[in-house]
Design a protein around this ligand. Structure first.
Ligand code: NAD
Ligand code: IPM
Ligand code: MN
Length: 368
């Protein structure tokens, strides 16, 4: 059935297609029981695109992505591509999508599902009830700024360098998203940088402080150095509500936060652009994890980060909050039954990727 909701699916490499195939079962379920339909197109990205088209992202795939209401992304990368030229590496496909779609705000929620309290490597009382949001700036900083390069010096040795650069408007727009998120959550923003050693960090702190004076009413703002933040995340993560940080710190802190929830296989994300004049944002939904080459093809990848990225899509791009609630409750019930993919350890039932999804869908069937 045709719809006015255009969804692009990009499974990518490694476990990407494995977790994506399972997640797409949700589309059939929504069509069958809720009469919610998407026009779906699938495009290659990453290593798969390189193998088939000689580039990690074709111009056609990029322009199709720009035309869609949302992109559901799997994962890219793998050892097979280690020796490729930098610009041809699978990861460039993902980075180009983020940049060209101007997806500057990356929301990475770290939520501990009650049945997984024992799955975290941290003590239960440290993580129980945790619900924090890491807001990562996604289109600037050291990931994209120039100059960058590897140059040969007169003595024949080389120098490799990247630039960490942020402008006032770039910091303001991510800061504004942080304040808006906090106002809908627990009214606290922790702004993270290293203003003690980096000038880009000095500017970051200055701009966030100024913005706070203008737009931060009713919320609490604190500043924290990134190294301390990494430590505080494992010491007492519940002190945080929204953490806002640059591209590189956000990459690292979100993998760190993943282990609070039990596994990197649990962490979803939404990458959002600025709203246009009709209030519509470009958006891509991507699990925080990668292609997991060590478990690819074994059928044991945890599909839940991809599933939860799908529910973020339902909420942020399509306003299907009830359906997102229904799926997230089903995830919680599946985990309550004791089902665990190997990354989650423990539990009373070891399950495969498909079996985990069978349990999620069985639970959804009770509430349709
Ligand atoms: P990774 O996230 O792929 O894996 C790290 C560890 O977590 C591995 O032990 C893996 O088995 C485990 N893991 C990750 N997701 C899991 C899941 N859903 N279920 C169970 N276990 C899971 O990170 P890496 O090994 O550092 O990188 C592998 C490749 O993935 C690299 O090429 C990297 O660039 C790429 N990568 C891609 C993305 C992305 O596409 N968004 C994100 C991170 C890394
Ligand atoms: C992530 C990944 C990516 C990043 C890579 C694959 C480009 O690690 O989404 O966290 O560093 O942003
Ligand atoms: Mn990462």
């Amino acid at each position: 059935m045709s719809s006015n909701r255009k969804l692009m699916v990009m499974p990518g490499d490694g476990i990407g297609p494995e977790v994506m195939n399972e997640t797409l079962r949700l589309l059939d379920w929504l069509a069958k029981y809720k009469n919610i339909n998407f026009d779906t197109i699938e495009r290659d990205v990453g290593g798969k695109s390189y193998d088939l088209h000689g580039t990690p992202l074709t111009d056609e795939a990029l322009s199709d992505a720009l035309e869609c209401d949302a992109v559901l992304f799997g994962a890219v990368g793998g050892p097979k591509y280690d020796d490729l030229d930098f610009e041809l590496k699978p990861e460039r496909g993902l980075l180009t999508l983020r940049k060209e779609m101007d997806l500057f705000a990356n929301l990475r929620p770290a939520i501990v599902f009650p049945p997984l309290v024992e799955s975290s490597t941290l003590k239960p009382e440290v993580v129980e009830g945790l619900d924090i949001m890491i807001l990562r700036e996604l289109t600037g900083g050291v990931y994209f700024a120039e100059p960058r390069g590897i140059d040969i010096m007169p003595d024949g040795s080389k120098k490799g360098y990247d630039t960490n650069l942020y402008t006032t408007p770039e910091i303001e727009r991510i800061g504004r998203v942080a304040f808006d998120l906090a106002k809908k959550r627990n009214n606290k923003v922790t702004s993270v940088e290293k203003a003690n050693v980096m000038l880009s960090g000095v500017l970051w702190r200055e701009v966030i402080t100024e913005l706070y004076k203008k737009e931060g009413n009713k919320i609490e703002l604190e500043h924290m150095f990134a190294d301390n933040c990494a430590m505080q995340l494992v010491r007492a993560p519940k002190q945080f509500d929204v953490i806002v940080c640059d591209n590189l710190f956000g990459d690292m802190l979100s993998d760190c936060a993943a282990m609070l929830t039990g596994s990197l296989g649990m962490l979803p994300s939404a990458s959002l652009g600025a709203p246009n004049k009709d209030g519509i944002r470009k958006a891509m939904y991507e699990p925080v994890h990668g292609s997991a080459p060590d478990i690819t093809g074994k059928g044991v990848a945890n599909p839940l980060a991809q599933v939860l990225s799908f529910t973020m899509m339902l909420r942020y791009s399509f306003d299907y909050n009830q359906e997102a609630d229904l799926i997230e409750n089903a995830v919680s019930e599946a985990l309550s039954s004791g089902a665990r993919t190997p990354d989650l350890g423990g539990g009373s039932k070891n399950v495969s990727t498909t079996e985990m999804m069978d349990l999620v869908i069985n639970s959804m069937n009770n509430y349709r």
